[in-house]
Write a protein that binds this ligand. Structure first.
Ligand SMILES: Nc1ncnc2c1ncn2[C@@H]1O[C@H](COP(=O)(O)OP(=O)(O)O)[C@@H](O)[C@H]1O
Ligand SMILES: [Mg+2]
Length: 401
């Protein structure tokens, strides 16, 4: 049997679509490489969970490394300060680059030359809670600038810092008001501020910082900002039918397996352009069919795989349901009961016999958690297709007991 080429939850084997976003990010990096200049304001890729943010960043990171960049990859954690992690990852990426690029372009002793810079930022971070961002902005700016220049002096293109899950540190610690973890919030401000300063100076600073996070990331960061520093947002949405079909067929084609048209249509319809669901359905169909080179995945294979696809999708839903508080669950149930893709805030309030104002914090938290998203003014929808069905099943399941 051929190995399953689908990658639910992981970086895709064949990256499809996202031509415009990929190009935009690559152009920004090309400018760093060409002029040795700072990329500009912090760029944040946003979108619901499973839409492909991490995959896009990984793809751009891979390309950047081929183009001679050193890439530091940071994955943020819920309600946790993250600057120490950035410093660690920058140091690691430089060490790795030295191993990976021996010879004339060797990044020799990079970390040794930078050790004073690392030590300075670390000392500030380890000294305990910082009240003023200014204590950290300068050292961070300095470290990123120097690291980028050193990479370049040794024949590389510059330093890219990629920060995934950037919304997570800024998540509220309380349900009824926005109460972020204070140091995490401060770190958000420091990051924006440092990147802004570097972008202002620009010349001789071959550095780029790209983040990714849930749809609220930009507005959460703006709250963390001290002087209204700017960031640039790149919003990812669902795949159109053409790209959705390619996501299914390309990995199979690479192994000599094809999909029948009606099977593709069925999966594309079920997944509603959602890459995570497409990968799950693709993987399940493949496992059910156990194709060999020359095989065709048909509607029967899709049906045969649907049971296991269903439980894989259910576990995604369960993870979301698990992080919702009881007030949030009541909100989700009301929303699901409307049984339309886009729901007005007022309809939910009416079903819960309350006002939209009283629900505003619950609504905000659900958006921050990536479970629902805004769909025009005063309107909401579930971020992942099929979730409303799951929510309704939860409630009927409960009533039976
Ligand atoms: N451009 C793409 N091409 C193919 N598969 C993709 C693409 N983008 C995302 N995926 C798939 O969708 C799923 C979710 O992607 P991921 O990048 O983890 O989303 P996010 O970071 O937004 O939560 C993964 O299984 C991944 O393989
Ligand atoms: Mg991700």
């Amino acid at each position: 049997m051929l190995p399953n080429p689908y990658t639910p939850g992981d970086r895709p084997r064949v990256f499809v679509g996202r031509a415009a976003e990929r190009q935009l990010l690559r152009d920004k990096l090309a400018r760093i490489a060409a002029y040795g200049e700072m990329m500009g304001a912090l760029t944040i890729v946003t979108g619901p969970r499973g839409v492909g943010k991490t995959s896009l960043l990984r793809d751009v990171a891979g390309q950047a490394e081929e183009d001679g960049f050193v890439v530091a990859w940071v994955s943020c954690v819920k309600q946790h300060p993250f600057l120490a992690e950035i410093v660690d990852r920058v140091e690691h990426s430089l060490e790795r680059a030295e191993v990976a690029a021996p010879g004339p372009r060797r990044l020799k002793d990079l970390t040794v030359e930078l050790s004073a810079g690392f030590a300075k930022v670390r000392a500030r971070l380890e000294a305990g809670p910082v009240a003023q961002p200014t204590a950290l902005v300068g050292p961070l700016e300095d470290l990123l600038g120097r690291a980028g220049r050193l990479v370049r002096e040794r024949g590389g293109s510059g330093l890219i810092v990629m920060i995934d899950e950037l919304h997570a540190p800024l998540e509220s610690t309380r349900e009824w008001e926005y109460a972020p973890e204070q140091q995490a919030l401060l770190h958000g401000g420091v990051l924006l501020n440092a990147v802004q300063n570097l972008a202002g100076e620009r010349a001789g600073l071959p550095v780029g910082v790209i983040g990714a996070g849930l749809p609220q990331t930009k507005s959460l960061l703006t709250r963390a900002a001290t002087f209204g520093e700017r960031s640039h947002e790149l919003v990812l949405s669902e795949f159109d039918d053409t790209d959705a079909a390619l996501l299914l067929t390309e990995p199979a084609t690479a192994l000599g397996v094809t999909w029948s048209l009606d099977a593709v249509a069925e999966v594309v319809e079920t997944a509603r352009g959602y890459p995570q669901s497409l990968q799950i359905l693709g993987a399940a169909t493949w496992d059910a069919a156990r194709p060999e080179p020359g095989s065709v995945l048909d509607l029967a294979a899709v049906t045969a795989g649907s049971q296991s696809a269903h439980s894989a999708l259910a576990s995604i839903f369960e993870a979301r349901w698990a992080v919702a508080t009881s007030a949030e669950r009541a909100f989700l149930v009301a929303m699901a009961q409307v049984e339309r893709p886009v729901v007005r805030r007022g309809e939910i309030a009416a079903l819960l016999s309350t006002s939209t104002e009283a629900l505003s914090m619950v609504r905000r938290n659900l958006i921050v958690k990536g479970i629902v998203e805004e769909a025009g003014y005063g309107r909401l929808r579930f971020t992942i297709p099929g979730f409303e069905r799951f929510v309704l099943d939860q409630t009927t399941g409960r009533e039976e007991h």
